[in-house]
Ligand binder design. Sequence first.
Ligand SMILES: *Cc1c(COP(=O)(O)O)cnc(C)c1O
Length: 418
Amino acid sequence: MHSFKYKNSELYAEDVPVRKIVEEVGSPVFIYSHETFLRHFNAYQNAFNGQPHTICFALKANSNPAVLKLLANNGCGADVVSGGELYLARRAGIHPSKIVYAGVGKTEHEIIEALKAKILMFNVESSDEMHAINDIARSMKVKAPIALRVNPDIDPMTHPYISTGLKESKFGIPIEEALENYELAKKLGNLDITGIHKHIGSQITTIQPFVDALRKVLLLVHDLKDHGITIKNIDMGGGLGIPYNDEHPPHPKDLSNAVLPLLKGSDINLILEPGRSIAGNAGIFVTKVLYLKKHSKKEFVIVDGGMNDLLRPSLYNAFHSVLPVKKNSRKKVLSDVVGPICESGDFLARGRELPRYDKGELMALMSAGAYGFSMSSNYNSRRRVAEVMVRGNEFHVVREREKYSDLARGTKIPDFLK
Ligand SMILES: *Cc1c(COP(=O)(O)O)cnc(C)c1O
């Protein structure tokens, strides 16, 4: 599944010992495997070969420029949700004709930038936004390519915070209201209706929600055709899950096997927006044990990485497998792995049977390549950590650890305080 494996009881990233990277770069650190990123991306490319398709990597999962460059070099597109992500995608060389732009709160400035860039399409989330895009396009004397993000009211059976396709969600337009909104789009004058978009949630571990949602979307596509509206792009969104623990999520090939027959005979361009399933298991987060603190019932393992570096456990109670960088045969103890942040919610793993750690030892939090660094912050005035990419027996720092001076970058002291 990934390229982080033990050799002689030592954890390796591809052919490089993790310990060696930490010795040179320090801890904590995110480590990415070039080979895994590429393999995961190619799995999508190959799985959907039978249909015109565009794989648009969801930048919010991981927007490190080296990662984006690697994907861009191999023909990957981008799903962006902000002007910043649009900037990074283009900077990495991702062709605008492969960029889709989602998000419920696109600003005027961001819409102008995306129109200038000539992206593939805006995934429009409300009729208000549709009017705004139309007005801006008119003032620029262009037509804006759009898809409506419809909300198919499908329960993806995942964590409520990452479930986005239910009726009560803030995302998209209820599917029953899609037709009238498409009719409106047709009338507005500066919109070019090119597609339809849906994204029902994340970390989805079965195929059925994807199939159910696509069926609903296809019914709508037929309906639209009867009303003289032709859909060229169907954007299925992202959301395929990954094994964090003992999940057995479908492979992209399982997804294509289930989905392509529904499109049989059509030349519709299928867009996919995988984030987690490309990046998640292509990265790990490595942290060092600072202190041990015994409690009557369990042991706190205090490490140098915290919730500001890897937020998912605190935010979603998410599970990351914890592995020692140097394997040992010590007996297991019930442990909480906690960070140095002044918050009770600052933990990386809770209630785990882990081999007893020693001070100074390194531990790896697995499956940290998606929503890891990209969700990190400077909370507690901590410097954001370094990111490293491994390829075979080489490794490269692809983002330097921040310096203390970075913490004050852009700030100013007003004269009256001097
Ligand atoms: C977050 C998001 C994705 C990526 O989701 P994953 O679960 O990481 O694959 C794709 N599309 C949209 C619109 C998103 O918001």
